[in-house]
Design a protein around this ligand. Structure first.
Ligand SMILES: [Zn+2]
Length: 496
């Protein structure tokens, strides 16, 4: 009970910040029934597998971890599951690539990595691509970004359109630090009279190493662990990288101990998000900022977690463990009741959806589609269904439907990413997602017609791309960022 004031303080939430002035009438030109949102809050979480959320029927309460009633802000449930329940969730949302920068750049531009130029964490965004923040700035939004990942930093191109950009990856508790910075910024902008805010927060919790810090007296590292386990496994890179590189045989209890730490990281960011939203909402006499906000929640990619070749990370994978991501939209004034949409969608669809929702003009072209027809029953427009496409570099390709995943590796390449270790991808692999959601059994020989159909879809997608090259060459800062995240070996070759 006594923890509330200290955590409110810790998150930079002042109790009596004045309400922003002039918050009326800005959206009166939107003819759509229902109340349009005023603000946009985008929360992205690094390395968060969709199927490790409780709302995806994961057996542990990772994303519904109960908040104390006193910190919950009343009846609203600000856990990730609670937020998803109040909105529209996409059960089949896919990232284009198992890496942070290409994937987040896709979310922010509505383009495939092969189109926005950042195919890899080493690349920067192509110059002539418009970002979501640029489009929203042109529409009158005040924009702020708060990222705990050193790859999402000024100089990469992802900063374009943000008037305020905080990348804090050096603080011991970087997720808490960026949430504190975001809380302060939201209050400052509101006090200064900003009418419409676009706030982007990117959290790192579930990224390697899996070593959740204690928070509010909770030991998140052991909350899901078997207390009788006394083996050597843990979520550190010092344990996991050599175990993978040397093909160390880990038993089910070793794997479970590591995954328990990963799940603890999810529970921790779940709690941090709940506390952040309590301040963001700023209940006042006549408004609740969260109710005036379109909240978009997504991940950049998931994590293999030892599912394939003993690999724990994400960069090498083109499978659902890494490409299937959570995605939901919440705006209680226009979306009522929980809905889960089964349509296959992509992170490239997020920016077009937001621009459509806010009626914001875009300068260039989005390859993604607006999801508004699937989200808002008042929008009577057809939605074009298609597979979700993904890739590793420009060499391995994949397409997923609601039933199948096809993986094509025509040159038989082995994904080269740090840490080195076994990771082969077959020339052709087809997986039946209904019978084999973990994609472990290749059924391409039994279903040649599906292989043909999805191969044609991949060809057609590739031939329709408007390709761009991102910036090459690595600044010393980006090189340090890649090394710190474990994408480069300490004494490995310089990246190309
Ligand atoms: Zn990432």
């Amino acid at each position: 009970m006594g923890s509330r004031p200290s955590f409110l303080l810790a998150l930079g939430i002042a109790a009596a910040v004045g309400l922003a002035a002039g918050l009326t009438g800005a959206c009166s030109d939107v003819p759509r029934p229902g109340t349009p949102p005023r603000h946009l809050l985008l929360i992205t979480v690094d390395t968060l597998r969709a199927d490790h959320l409780s709302s995806w029927l994961y057996p542990l309460d990772t994303s519904s971890y109960p908040l104390d009633p006193v910190t919950r802000g009343g009846a609203r449930d600000d856990s990730i599951d609670g937020l998803a329940r109040a909105g529209v969730s996409f059960a089949r949302a896919y990232a284009p690539r198992g890496q942070t920068f290409p994937s987040i750049a896709t979310l922010m531009t509505g383009l495939s990595p092969l189109e926005h130029g950042a195919r890899d964490n080493r690349d920067t965004l192509a110059e002539d691509v418009e970002t979501l923040a640029e489009a929203l700035t042109a529409a009158g939004f005040t924009t702020g970004a708060f990222t705990a990942n050193q790859l999402l930093a000024p100089g990469s191109g992802i900063e374009r359109g943000f008037s305020h950009f905080v990348c804090d990856w050096r603080s011991e508790d970087r997720d808490l630090a960026v949430l504190q910075a975001a809380s302060r910024w939201v209050e400052e902008q509101s006090a200064a009279g900003a009418k419409r805010l676009f706030t982007w927060v990117h959290l790192m919790g579930p990224h390697l190493p899996y070593a959740p810090l204690p928070l509010q007296g909770y030991d998140f590292d052991s909350v899901f662990a078997d207390p009788t386990y006394d083996g050597p496994a843990n979520g550190s890179r010092e344990f996991l990288d050599p175990a993978y590189e040397q093909g160390l045989a880990l038993g089910p209890r070793d794997v479970a101990r590591v995954v328990a730490s990963y799940d603890g990281e999810i529970a921790r960011i779940n709690r941090l998000i709940g506390l952040f939203l309590l301040g963001y909402a700023q209940r006042g006499p006549d408004r609740d900022r969260l109710e005036d906000t379109l909240l978009v929640f997504a991940a950049d990619h998931g994590e293999e977690l030892h599912q394939r070749h003993g690999y724990w990370g994400h960069s090498k994978s083109v499978y659902s463990s890494v490409l299937h991501v959570p995605l939901f939209f919440r705006h209680p004034k226009s979306l009522t009741g929980r809905r889960v949409v089964g349509e296959v969608v992509e992170l490239a669809d997020v920016a077009p959806t937001i621009c459509d929702w806010f009626r914001v003009k875009v300068r260039g072209r989005h390859a993604g589609r607006s999801l508004l027809p699937l989200v808002d029953s008042h929008v009577e427009r057809p939605f074009e269904s298609r597979p979700a496409f993904g890739h590793w570099q420009d060499r391995i390709f994949t397409a997923a439907t609601d039933r199948w995943r096809l993986v094509l590796n025509p040159d038989g390449v082995v994904p080269e990413e740090h840490p080195p270790g076994p990771y082969t991808v077959p020339p052709v692999g087809l997986f039946d997602l209904r019978r084999d959601p973990r994609e472990l059994h290749d059924v391409s020989a039994e279903h040649p017609e599906v292989v043909r159909e999805l191969s044609r879809a991949i060809d057609s997608w590739l031939s329709g791309l408007v390709r761009r090259e991102g910036g090459g060459g690595l600044s010393p800062e980006r090189l340090e960022a890649l090394r710190a995240l474990g994408y480069l070996g300490g004494d490995g070759p310089e990246p190309r």
